[in-house]
Design a protein. Structure first.
Lengths: 268, 283
């Protein structure tokens, strides 16, 4: 019975790992070798990768993705901490109203705001700029709620002592309290960064200029736009390069990824 | 000054809410009464968009496709995730390895997963069909057959998301007090009885969450059919968001596209509310 359980778990684990291993090995195989199911590349070559870079500026897209994800995640942390702190530790009129607005925002399906938000970008002249990729994501309702929850759990004495020392509220948030809620900061960083790194729909809508495109968008257009010329290896190599950065981070922070994603699901 | 501090701190949220939530919701309602290609001025068309919507074959097709997706995706996801969570919820070596493996597709972009599965599902050289051939079974036209393509995408989406639900079910399973099982053992209950009368009622909230998240996911499907099939064959994988996208950015029908978005959003909220009511009655 126990053996059967292990066998099934192992089979399941393999069905999740094997396709990724196959993908990496196929990306290093010659076009004729891709059909093989082995774990090692057939006719080892990096020509698929060099072809990708000949056809599309994927290096530029990588930098764009990195820039957008880093700046936005930073802003989500700063702004989320400010709002979360105010909701958790300060008393003011309208506080409950803001809390309900956040819940409303979280339940609102994005399908309703998609087209109007695109029009806002057009009217602001932000189409084909980094602003369009960053600004709509700098405030994140889930991040605010997670910060609010974390700040609410800290002792009031910490804040009182800082106030007596004459600290400003911003210093209290970022210097005194934030170091005490590092796990929450890590959770929000992972969720935001991963979400932005993988986002394809919004960039497809607001970016047409190749030099501003993010990686998922460029890989998508490459694989549906015919520029991969039906060459499987090239398409797969592009996909590997899109997956690799997040997979590498995942190898180091595996537990945190799982915990963060679980907490985002449980918030519902 | 002191009194204003909280308002300064929350002001970024209020600004964001005004620009990216309140305005677009209000403007989307305005758009549903207009015809607009973004370049020339808007023209008021009354209820034309609504009339068109109800007689639009592709609008209904997108809903039908989403329902077919959910029909496979939801049960499969619950059964597989629950089974794997049950297996993991024992004294077992390699917990971290198994969780880490199940979670791999969850963290990777849907773009990657779709390109990967395009190869797995290929008719001639795809791994799935070669497996079928090896078992001397007929090959399946996973992506070429209108009656199958959406189910193939549902299978892929399950593979991508199931790791997350395994973790959520594990959390749920661990809230069940061990004493319940011990008491059941004393009464001589079978494994199935324990699952049916102890585990299942206790993890009902998690099942509900999976159903809700999957439903929202089904109506949000975009990049998967966009890359895999471009909505085909014969619009059989045209999803709700893909149709919004098509109307807006292929035909520049902003008014009609906003009407679609408005209705799909209402539909999502309606379905989720019904699911919620159902669960509350059950308890």
């Amino acid at each position: 019975m126990k053996l059967l359980r292990y066998a099934l778990l192992l089979l399941a684990a393999l069905s999740f790992i094997y396709p990724f291993v196959w993908m990496i090995s196929a990306s290093l195989s010659s076009e004729q070798g891709i059909g093989s199911l082995t774990l090692l590349p057939v006719g080892l070559t990096i020509s698929n990768y060099t072809t990708v870079f000949e056809r599309i500026p994927l290096g530029r897209a990588f930098l764009n993705s990195l820039f957008v994800a880093l700046v936005t995640t930073g802003l989500v942390l700063v702004l989320g901490a400010m709002v979360g702190y105010a909701l958790a530790r300060l008393r003011f009129r309208g506080r409950d109203l803001i809390f309900y607005l956040i819940i409303f925002t979280m339940t609102l399906p994005f399908q309703i705001t998609l087209i109007p938000n695109y029009i806002t970008m057009v009217k602001l002249g932000w189409v084909d700029t980094y602003f369009a990729l960053i600004v709509p994501f700098v405030m994140n309702s889930l991040a605010v709620l997670l910060f609010r929850q974390a700040f609410a759990g800290l002792p009031q004495a910490l804040i009182d002592a800082a106030r007596i020392d004459g600290c400003s509220e911003l210093r209290i948030i970022f210097q005194i309290l934030l170091p005490n809620i590092v796990p929450t900061v890590l959770t929000i960083t992972i969720l935001t960064f991963m979400g932005l790194w993988n986002e394809a729909l919004w960039p497809l809508i607001v970016i047409r200029d190749e030099s501003t495109m993010t990686m998922p968008q460029m890989v998508t257009l490459f694989s549906v736009g015919g520029r991969a010329d039906a060459q499987l290896g090239v398409k797969i190599a592009a996909a590997v390069m899109l997956a690799l950065p997040i997979l590498i981070v995942y190898l180091f922070f595996q537990k945190h990824f799982i915990r963060s994603m679980a907490s985002s699901g449980l918030k519902d | 000054m002191k009194k204003q501090i909280p308002y300064w701190l929350v002001s970024p949220y209020l600004l964001y809410f005004a620009v990216f939530v309140a305005f677009p919701v209000a403007f989307s309602v305005v758009l549903t009464f207009h015809s607009w290609n973004i370049i020339s001025p808007m023209t008021f068309v009354g209820l034309d968009n609504y009339r068109r919507l109800f007689s639009d074959r592709l609008f209904w097709q997108a809903i039908y496709n989403t329902l077919r997706f959910l029909l496979v995706h939801i049960p499969l996801q619950i059964v597989v995730a629950l089974a794997l969570a049950e297996f993991l919820n024992q004294k077992i070596r390699g917990q971290a390895f198994f969780r880490g493996a199940f979670f791999l597709p969850v963290i990777v972009s849907g773009v990657v997963v779709t390109i990967l599965w395009q190869q797995l599902l290929g008719f001639n050289a795809g791994i799935l069909n070669r497996g079928l051939t090896a078992l001397s079974l007929p090959r399946v036209a996973w992506l070429e057959e209108p009656g199958i393509a959406m189910y193939a995408i549902a299978l892929m989406a399950t593979w991508k998301n199931v790791g997350l639900y395994v973790i959520l079910f594990l959390v749920g399973l661990q809230t069940v007090p061990v004493q319940y099982y011990e008491a059941a053992d004393m009464e001589g209950a079978t494994a199935w009885q324990k699952f049916r009368y102890i585990t299942l009622p206790m993890i009902n909230p998690t099942i509900f969450m999976v159903v809700v998240l999957s439903t929202i996911g089904g109506f949000s499907l975009f990049i998967e059919p966009y890359i895999m099939t471009e909505g085909g064959p014969l619009n059989s994988t045209l999803s709700a968001v893909m149709y919004i996208y098509k109307q807006a950015f292929q035909y520049y029908h902003m008014g009609y596209s906003a009407t679609l978005g408005f209705f799909f959003a209402l539909l999502i909220l309606g379905v989720v509310a019904i699911q919620k009511r159902y669960v509350e009655q059950e308890n």
